[in-house]
Every structure is written in C-alpha cells, then in structure tokens.
Design a protein around this ligand. Structure first.
Ligand SMILES: Cc1cc2nc3c(=O)[nH]c(=O)nc-3n(C[C@H](O)[C@H](O)[C@H](O)COP(=O)(O)OP(=O)(O)OC[C@H]3O[C@@H](n4cnc5c(N)ncnc54)[C@H](O)[C@@H]3O)c2cc1C
Length: 264
C-alpha cells in the first residue's frame, strides 16, 4: 500500500525542486502509476497550483504543461489538426476516460515506461522536454537518461511541417500495448518509433533512404523490414519476441502507407 506522511501544494517550481531533492519525497502527477507500488512517501509534492495544466499553442509550437491530462491531449483541436489525429489515436486506448482525465503528461513522460504510448508518440513527433534543472533537450535524449530528482516542467512540440501516423497492437482493447508504432515524415525523412518492445521506445530513421522516392507498397515493406532489423524485441507475458518483431513489420508498413492519409 502507498503511504504519504505529508502533502505540500508547491507555491513555486523552486520550492518543488528543493523538496524533491530528498529521496523520500516525491512529485505527484495523477498518482495512477505511483499508487500501484507500496511506497512510503515522506512528502508528496503537488504541482497543480502552478498553472502547468495548460496546452499553449502559438504559430511556432505547442507548450504542454506537465499537469496536462491525457484526456486534454486527446481532445485538443490544435493537436488533432497538427498530428492528423495521431495524438488522439495514441492515447484513446489507455484504460478509460476517467483514467485519462487523471493521468498526466508529466507522470507519463518522466516515468519513461517501456509500454508507453505517450512516449512513443511524442518521440516520433520530435518533441523536446523542459526540465527545471536540466533545461531543454530532445525527448529522444531524455528517454535514454537514468531517473533523477529533476522536475519535468513541460513538453514542447515544435510545429515542423510533418505527417504522422500512430498504431498500436493490444491483446484486448484497454490492456497495455503489445507493441506501439509511430511513424513521422519530416523534411522528407521518415522515422519510426517502436515502443512496448517491451523495453523503452527507440527511434529508427530511414538512413538507407528507402522511402526517398515516396511510399509504395514495396518501399513501405522495405522500410518495415529495415526497422525490424534494427529494433531489439523481447518477451513477456503479453507476447514473445518473435511475434513482436512480426508486429514491427506489420505496423510500420501500415503506418507508412497511412502517411498523409488514413492508416490502412
Ligand atoms: C493500470 C494502468 C494501465 C496503464 N495503461 C497504459 C497504457 O496502455 N498506455 C500508456 O501509455 N500508459 C499506460 N499507463 C500509464 C499511465 O498512462 C500514466 O503514464 C501513469 O499513470 C503515470 O502518470 P500519472 O500522472 O499517474 O503519474 P504518477 O503516478 O503520479 O507519477 C509517476 C512517476 O512520475 C513522477 N512524476 C510525475 N510528474 C512528474 C513531473 N512533472 N516531474 C518529475 N517527476 C514526475 C512521479 O514522482 C512518479 O515517480 C497505465 C497505468 C496504469 C496504472
């Protein structure tokens, strides 16, 4: 059972950061993941009073505060238009609406869970994170880092002209994914991010220019094979590595075929 001795509603990020330096204290997001472990937390640090529950859209970028819920991501018209629906597709299978009303972007990205739909989607879109102490860096770099006591303040999504498609495979509708796959095309370069391998998501770029002359059935298959060769998969109770590698090929091909249109 999770126990919390004290609760502090932070008045500033400085205060939250200082409190978070003590190992027994913890930042809380929606607490949905946290409550699953038998933690004994000295002070729970709540960021909900700091105005970080907004998605700010400018002509250049989206600034997504760490307390934004997954449901907000799902319903935001600007994100829907910019991502051609892939943002909504990436979160809509996560448990249920009430759950998505509580789960936060901060908890989802800082957690860097292997199974994360959210990490897969944002990484493929070329997102950056802003950390209170560590400053800005690409999400791809952040995803490779070890856990520390920093605070994820927001996620920044630059509005590059890009196409994106998100697909996942689940054994049952709202279960954790067996595999996640987000494919984007930016400045004519295609990138596939594969998550739930079951390890953390990885980005594979079309370094071999297999899609340089456009997406055809043959080029989509060639890129899907290339991605499968470069992605290490593993087994867990949801699926075997071999099946996951098969899914890498199928989902990557379908996502490529869906670029600039509906996923097939
Ligand atoms: C039953 C269940 C099913 C799920 N299924 C899926 C799924 O299918 N796909 C998917 O993508 N996700 C899934 N998730 C994960 C979920 O979507 C959230 O990502 C997860 O609950 C974390 O978000 P939270 O707001 O609850 O964070 P919390 O549980 O509050 O926090 C998680 C961790 O992040 C830290 N943290 C939180 N916010 C910050 C911050 N701003 N800065 C620094 N550290 C911070 C906390 O200290 C904690 O260590 C599932 C979770 C559960 C419990």
């Amino acid at each position: 059972m999770l126990t919390i001795q004290e609760y502090v509603k932070a008045e500033s990020l400085e205060q939250a950061y200082e409190l978070n330096q003590k190992k027994t204290n913890r930042i809380i997001g929606g607490m949905l993941w946290m409550k699953m472990s038998p933690l004994n937390i000295r002070t729970a640090i709540d960021l909900s009073g700091l105005g970080l529950d907004k998605i700010e859209e400018t002509p250049e970028e989206f600034r997504i505060g760490c307390m934004v819920s997954l449901r907000q991501l799902e319903l935001h018209p600007g994100l829907a238009a910019y991502t051609q629906g892939s943002m909504k597709e990436s979160v809509r299978h996560i448990v249920g609406v009430q759950f998505r009303n509580l789960a936060t972007v901060g908890g989802s990205i800082f957690g860097r869970f292997g199974f994360s739909d959210v990490l897969t989607e944002f990484m493929a879109l070329g997102a950056e994170v802003e950390l209170f102490q560590g400053g800005r860096m690409s999400l791809e770099e952040f995803s490779r880092r070890n856990y520390d006591n920093d605070i994820l303040v927001r996620v920044i999504l630059k509005k590059f002209p890009q196409d994106s498609v998100y697909l996942s495979m689940r054994n049952t509708q709202t279960d954790f994914p067996v595999l996640t796959c987000a494919v984007t095309r930016r400045e004519e370069k295609v990138c596939a991010v594969i998550g739930a391998r079951p390890a953390r998501a990885v980005a594979i770029y079309d370094e071999a220019d297999l899609l340089k002359n456009g997406v055809t059935d043959a080029s989509a298959r060639a890129f899907a094979d290339y991605v499968a060769e470069h992605v290490v998969t593993g087994s867990n109770k949801r699926a075997q590595a071999q099946y996951r590698t098969h899914l890498v090929k199928v989902l990557t091909r379908r996502a490529c075929q869906g670029l600039g249109g509906e996923a097939k």
